[in-house]
Design a protein around this ligand. Sequence first.
Ligand code: PLP
Length: 371
Amino acid sequence: MTSEIPSRPARPIPRAGVLDIPAYVPGRSKATGGARVYKLSSNETPLGASPKAIAAYRAAAEKLELYPEDTAPSLRAAIGRVIGLAPERLVCGTGSDEMLNLLAHAYVGPGDEGIYSEHGFLVYPIAITAAGGVPVKVPEKNLVADVDAILAAVTERTKIVFLANPNNPTGTYLPFDEVKRLAAGLPKDVVLVLDAAYAEYVRRNDYEAGIELVSTSENVVMTRTFSKIYGLAAARLGWLYGPPEIVDAVNRIRPPFNVSAAAIVAGIAAIEDRDHTAAAAEHNEVWLTKVTEALTALGLTVTPSVANFVLVHFPDVDGRRAADADDFLSERGVIVRRVTAYGFPDALRITIGSAEANQAMIAALAAFVGK
Ligand SMILES: *Cc1c(COP(=O)(O)O)cnc(C)c1O
């Protein structure tokens, strides 16, 4: 029987704003050629997860019928021990993406504004829009977030500011003095989210992930992930460190049992394997420099990065641009990330991979530019 009310739509219609969200387009995951394939498109670690984390994940298969611990207390305790944080101020989730989305849903409502920077992580405008809010994009200065511009963009409707530090896809970072200046300039009721997904890779004296700032503020939150240096991207695991009131609000909308038992035990083993983490950071330090130098020597412009990837800009050589370089690399088994959606139609983001992958990538780009 059809509805008697003629004005009802013929099928369910998502609420206002949902269909305005551009679908997140992940990096290419398959190459179009090449005897060997090197995936340098998603900032995954070439060292893989700690063998201890893999063993723990496997062992979790023996108890698949049991619900995991709610709120992941054993994982929060492990993070607290290793990083030096109070476990009751931590929330764990299915990737830091879940944390970013829960923060937006807890603090942004219809008509509210959320700020992110020009080349910032695209999950931010998606999370803001999904919560019913309006994403406000603020220009950067020399590919770095601009504190004055962010502060100037704050209105009465601003509820949240997302800052990736270091940022993806630029690899640039904001010195801690600037982050503190941003926090000090924001109204006290605006949540400042410091997304420190790449913090473990950064080796700069003027960088801090934001722990001290969170500890001494009521409106600053730091998010972290197990997807990058810890090599657990497939397990989906991230966390946030925040003031008690924000932790409480996020926990109220967090789905119960959101983190799987396998992810919990893998995360504990991963974060406790400090040698593995140090080895991954060391490998990155060495190859970030080598890759930057090699690509610069090819005549390409590389934005100075402190993370585990580089943003490589392609001048318009003979009309060939980043898209052609991407195809050329893909035919040779090297998968990289196009970043047009981030405002860089003429650039590619390339993850620091294994020595072999990096060498294959450099050789392919040398062939592309004819050197
Ligand atoms: C990769 C990345 C994350 C991590 O997301 P997960 O959901 O934890 O995998 C968060 N923020 C930025 C800026 C990233 O690049």
